[in-house]
Design a binder for this molecule. Structure first.
Ligand code: FAD
Length: 414
């Protein structure tokens, strides 16, 4: 019998993750979601001494609560403001990034030697107004220039290929490389393989204070955690929605804010939908799983909550997101939602990720992105390459950790 995606061979043994913290490490990774575990894996695979600390358990926050979609088509938040040449170059870069992220995912199951429950189903992005359809056409042009094979589909052709979509859908783009994977298994598998390559992972270990020492050598940082102290030559902040906290401990202000988001899952229904469906103008992502349930996401908000921000669910968002799903896929009209949950996502003020090394606090790195299930494997791999090879190409300036730095912070440059 082959092992299913949730069997125990995916998990780092508790006797490893509960062991004492070592006194020092080359790289300390903060956070045990997909970004942190991927960083630990790629660094350890390259022979770097790495320790990952997670304040709770692995994969309990955004990386284990998301909707699992690969968002490879340009999204509305990326498209807003298009027209200026600078925006056009940025959008082309972002579309090319999608191809890079796709190629990492494509080989990831083999690389990690395990099931990620990965489905390359293709994805529709739908429009219900002429203006939305025009946005899709503009988006298509950019994606085509970047090398992504989306197509615009309307009229009878759309009805033939997607008979399940509502009559209100006037057109859609189809992207064959979109799909989804299982968020419950990806970060745990990265973690397990990282440990096999020599990484140390310590859970129940919250970073509470970071001293930046004068020298840039092995004791550059002294990191104080709830489980003791550890010296590190380099630090990578992979704390997701809380990434601003470790950064603030070294005097950096990251351009981030966090939000609670909803996901719903329905009862199973006869097979209807293979591609993922998302909306260019409304909050919707929708897919049918192998178990024939539908996962409905799209960024519906939860009520706010105090730190550590385990947000409650809300009737408004559960009902609202289901209503959008039904309006686009009328066959779901009488479907029952059987579970709804929330997770905490990080957004940057300018929608660009925060990836690389700080110029203000050398040795302090971050790997943070909003569509992080799709993009973290790629960003982590590239950041690990940069940390191990001085000739690796740098990230664009707009990803910089220092872009929100205040004048005060600059004066405090260490
Ligand atoms: C509901 C929802 C749906 C989403 N849907 C999608 C989707 O379909 N597709 C997609 O691409 N993206 C999606 N996302 C976004 C995606 O889930 C995140 O961008 C991604 O998981 C971020 O991974 P991460 O490792 O950076 O953060 P996280 O998974 O949040 O991990 C950060 C970790 O850092 C730990 N930590 C924080 N502070 C400290 C500290 N001081 N010391 C030690 N540890 C600390 C936390 O406990 C946490 O485990 C969704 C997000 C949410 C919330």
């Amino acid at each position: 019998m082959t092992a299913g995606p949730l069997e125990s061979r995916h998990w780092v043994p508790a006797e490893h993750s509960h062991a004492p913290l070592p006194p020092s490490t080359d790289v300390l990774v903060i956070g045990g979601g997909i970004a942190g575990t991927a960083m630990a894996y790629y660094l350890a695979r390259s022979g770097v001494e790495v320790t990952l600390v997670e304040r709770g358990e692995l994969n309990r926050e955004a990386s284990g609560t998301n909707a699992g979609s690969f968002h490879l088509q340009l999204a509305i938040h990326q498209l807003s403001g298009q027209g200026a040449e600078a925006d056009r170059e940025r959008l082309l870069d972002e579309a090319r990034l999608s191809l890079e992220a796709y190629s990492v995912w494509k080989g990831l199951g083999d690389e990690l030697d395990g099931s990620l429950d990965l489905h390359e189903t293709g994805g529709w992005m739908v429009a219900e107004t002429p203006e939305q359809l025009q946005t899709l056409r503009d988006k298509y042009e950019l994606e085509r220039l970047a090398g992504i094979e989306t197509e615009v589909v309307t009229g009878a052709e759309l009805r033939r290929r997607a008979p399940y979509l509502a009559e209100t859908v006037v057109g859609a783009t189809y992207c064959p490389i979109e799909g989804h994977a299982n968020p419950l298994v990806v970060a745990p598998l990265y973690a397990l393989r990282a440990v096999e390559h020599g990484a140390l992972i310590r859970t129940g270990t919250e970073v509470r204070r970071i001293d930046v020492n004068g020298d840039t050598g092995a004791r550059r940082f002294t990191v104080h955690t709830g489980a003791g102290r550890i010296d590190a030559h380099r630090v990578v902040d992979c704390a997701g929605a809380w990434c601003g906290e470790p950064a603030a401990m070294v005097g950096l202000r990251l351009p981030v804010r966090s939000e609670g988001l909803h996901v719903n899952v329905t009862e199973p229904r006869p097979r209807l939908l293979t591609p993922m469906v998302q909306h260019i103008g409304r909050r919707l992502t929708l897919k049918q799983t192998d178990q024939n349930t539908f996962i409905i996401g799209g960024g519906w908000p939860t009520p706010d909550a105090p730190r550590p921000r385990r947000y409650p669910t809300s009737w408004h968002s559960a009902a609202g997101s289901t209503a959008v799903a039904v309006s686009v896929l009328p066959a779901l009209a009488d479907v029952r939602v059987v579970r709804t949950w929330s997770g905490v996502i990080v957004f940057t003020d300018d929608f660009s990720p925060v990836v690389g090394e700080s110029a203000l606090v050398p040795g302090f790195h971050a790997c943070v992105s909003s569509t992080g299930f799709t993009f973290s494997p790629y960003f982590a791999r590239r950041l690990a390459e940069q940390m191990t090879s001085p000739v690796a190409s740098p990230f664009p300036e707009r990803y910089s950790l220092d872009r929100a730095a205040t004048g005060t912070l600059r004066r405090e440059k260490r």
